[in-house]
Design a protein around this ligand. Structure first.
Ligand SMILES: [Zn+2]
Length: 352
């Protein structure tokens, strides 16, 4: 696929096109932005465009052997590294070092893409830094991260940062419609999946599954009804959420629900959801499906101070994942606090 197919990231696409036209790839690029907005796709599109021998208007042709190999991640001068068990370890950096020690086989340079670069552990980050400090003319790195503030400043300072933005509802619907097979009818309306996506294609695809959407709605309902409920309900919810395979979505849903509750608590109306600017006529449809106004309105009765404390606690748990806090205990403290109104001890990374 050509770079022109990178939808919803106009500024980044322009920068990448400049890099391709000048054929000057910096030693290290860092793509930052929310999950599921096209960072990994953009990295592959950039590699395609740089290496395509049959360029069309300075962009990848999208169908030559080079483009196809890159898309399938079977290009000899491309190495894609991703975390194993939520960490990028020193062994993986050694694999990178070996890969870049060889001259390019086909293209002008060897390129290493590192997904979720914020999950580099300390030893791995130090080893990578050494490599970045001695850049070879025939090697480039593309780091991807949705939490780049967790990267060591020394690594950050070596990278040219390109910020990706959340996708608009219109773009999400456009991509979903394009990916849907001809004549295929989705169980969940695209507008509803887009409304729950928060501008992320990953989440849009997740909520396109009817089971997942049902799960998301149940999560909101159970969380919203916690105030005044028994401790047992809080503990049950904590147990389920802490082992969820979709923790990123859990945090996203809780943050957005809190956001809307806070607006209600200040006497404001939430703009129904989520990043749908530019959706045109579709916007009305998306607004109509924003589902949790009543629950957020009731939850707002907790008051601004309490809501802010809850939001902070959710943030603490989210950040605590990086240092492997006990999620079950952390969610128990959060949900029982919401249920009982008692905030004995704030969860922090230090005391877990
Ligand atoms: Zn090509």
């Amino acid at each position: 696929m050509p770079l022109a197919d990178l939808l919803g990231q106009d500024l980044v696409r322009e920068r990448l096109s400049l890099i391709v036209r000048s054929d000057r790839l910096p030693p290290a690029l860092l793509f930052v932005g929310p999950p599921g907005v096209g960072k990994a796709s953009a990295a592959l599109l950039l590699v395609e465009a740089l290496n395509c021998p049959e360029k069309v208007n300075g962009d990848a042709c999208g169908h030559c052997p080079s483009c196809l190999q890159i898309r399938r991640q079977r290009y000899p001068d491309l190495l894609l590294v991703e975390p194993e068990k939520r960490q990028i370890k020193i062994d993986q950096i050694r694999e990178i070092q070996e890969f870049i020690s060889f001259v390019p086989m086909v293209g002008a340079r060897r390129i290493v893409i590192i997904k979720d670069a914020h999950l580099l552990n300390q030893t791995a980050a130090n080893a990578l830094l050494k490599t970045l400090e001695e850049p070879a003319a025939t090697v480039s790195f593309i780091l991807l991260s949705h939490c780049h503030n967790l990267l060591p400043a020394t690594v950050l300072s070596r990278c040219l940062v390109l910020p990706f933005v959340a996708l608009s509802g219109a773009i999400i619907m456009q991509i979903l419609a394009r990916q849907r097979g001809a004549g295929e009818v989705a169980e969940v309306p695209l507008e509803e999946a887009a409304a729950w996506s928060g501008g992320s294609m990953e989440r849009a695809r997740f909520f396109l599954e009817v089971e997942n959407l049902r799960w998301g709605k149940a999560l909101v309902e159970r969380f919203a009804s916690l105030p005044g409920r028994s401790l047992l309900q809080a503990l049950d919810l904590a147990e389920e959420v802490s082992v969820s395979e979709s923790l990123e979505v859990v945090f996203f849903v809780l943050h957005n629900f809190l956001h809307d509750s806070l607006l209600f608590a200040q006497g404001l109306q939430p703009v129904p959801e989520l990043n749908i600017a530019g959706a045109g006529p579709a916007a009305a449809a998306v607004c109509a499906v924003a589902g949790w106004s009543d629950q957020a309105g009731s939850f707002a009765a907790l008051g601004i101070a309490q809501l802010l404390a809850i939001r902070q606690q959710i943030l603490d748990i989210e950040r605590g994942q990086a240092v492997n806090i006990n999620l079950k205990l952390a969610f128990e403290a959060l949900f029982s606090g919401v249920a009982t109104g008692c905030w004995g001890s704030r969860v922090s990374c230090q005391n877990m």
